[in-house]
Design a protein around this ligand. Structure first.
Ligand SMILES: *Cc1c(COP(=O)(O)O)cnc(C)c1O
Length: 361
């Protein structure tokens, strides 16, 4: 059976050459006589895999040695919990933007730990969107400010990174759009992404954090595994890390480097535009997000009825395009087109959309 066009939002499609190279090296990695899955995480065969993955990610995001890159299990959701536990001390407050499902979940975790100032709230708005420039109500003296750059479920993306009050560190959940567009990562004191969307397989979050921030945090009452300091002081090897996920992540980073970032960013724009053009040129499809906040990664739209949406998903799957169903919490259609999603798959979808409208519109 041939590979389908996989529009899943995560775990998501990986570059074919990465999968093929992993397959070639599965049983005997580079002549080591064993698989990466079977190696000691403290052995000399594994060490360069770990270090190179970190180095390539730092190079691609343009962050310097004032940051540390960490691999932490528990995905993006664990970061929602760890951030307030480490950086929201008693008596302090944090700024949170509520922009949709994911940032709302992050905010809830912080509310269990301390006080939260809601900087902006557009989580329930339809059409879905991100806060506008004049909407952010930042507060002075916040312990940190937390935003989400791309809401994966609603398909809304922040096109301009906002600036909190002076001296307030900015934290970003970039799970679904990291390394997908030009961005100044040094604006963030901490940013993270669940690996299974744009970076690699599931099993961990990749976290970049400023060392001085971790050094300053009072973590006396935080369990050892939940402290950033634990992972930082031990190069993410305090306990056994997900070595296979780290290996594939490193291979994906090499692939991004080989493709060329700018080339990839341009391709992402082109891919998204092809689908949005069909939506805008039709009276049949209706985009879910406001135009100015449309995501390049998760394209969401509706059809006139839920019956037609079900039919669309079913017929697309039969034509080799899988996982186009919108998130179970919102319905509709979602085409996720991360870095590794091929443009040929977008062309296939676009043709299908036009044909489907002709027959059912
Ligand atoms: C998927 C996602 C998460 C949660 O990631 P898990 O790894 O499943 O915990 C968090 N934030 C955003 C923006 C996401 O898309």
């Amino acid at each position: 059976m041939s590979r389908v066009y996989n529009f899943s939002a995560g775990p998501a499609v990986l570059p074919l050459e990465v999968l093929q190279s992993a397959q070639e090296n599965l049983v005997n990695y580079m002549g080591c006589g064993m698989s990466v899955m079977e190696m000691s995480h403290r052995g000399k065969d594994y060490e360069p895999i770990h270090q190179e993955a970190i180095a390539t990610f730092k190079e691609l995001t343009g962050i310097g040695d004032d940051y540390e890159v960490l691999f932490i299990q528990g995905g993006g959701s664990m970061q929602f919990a760890m951030i307030p536990q480490n950086f929201l001390p008693k008596g302090a407050h944090a700024d949170y933007a509520n922009q949709g499902t994911w940032s709302g979940k992050a905010m809830k975790e912080a509310q269990m730990v301390g006080d939260v100032n809601v900087v902006a709230n557009c989580a329930k708005d339809i059409p879905t969107r991100m806060p506008r420039d004049d909407e952010w109500k930042w507060s002075e003296g916040a312990a940190y400010a937390h935003i989400c750059t791309n809401e994966t479920i609603s398909g809304a993306q922040l096109k301009k990174i906002p600036t909190p009050c002076a001296g307030v560190p900015l934290f970003g959940d970039m799970s679904s759009d990291i390394l997908s567009c030009a961005r100044d990562y040094t604006k963030f004191d901490l940013f993270y992404a669940g690996a299974q969307k744009n970076l690699g397989p599931s099993g961990m979050a990749v976290v970049a954090v400023k060392k001085e921030l971790v050094a300053k945090a009072d973590v006396t009452n935080v369990p050892t595994m939940m402290r950033y300091a634990t992972h930082l002081d031990n190069n993410s090897l305090y306990n056994t890390p997900p070595t296979w996920a780290i290996y594939i992540f490193g291979e994906v980073m090499k692939w991004v480097k080989k493709m060329g970032k700018e080339n990839l960013f341009r391709l992402n724009d082109e891919k998204a535009k092809k689908i949005y053009d069909v939506i805008d040129g039709s009276g049949f499809y209706r985009g879910t997000a406001l135009k100015e906040f449309r995501s390049n990664m998760n394209v969401t739209w509706r059809l006139p009825t839920e019956e037609l949406e079900a039919k669309f998903v079913k017929e697309a799957a039969a034509a080799g395009m899988k996982s186009l169903k919108g998130h179970r919490s919102v319905g509709g259609i979602r085409a996720t087109i991360y870095n590794a999603f091929p443009i040929a798959g977008v062309d296939c979808l676009v043709d299908f959309m036009k044909e489907f409208e002709k027959k059912n519109g």
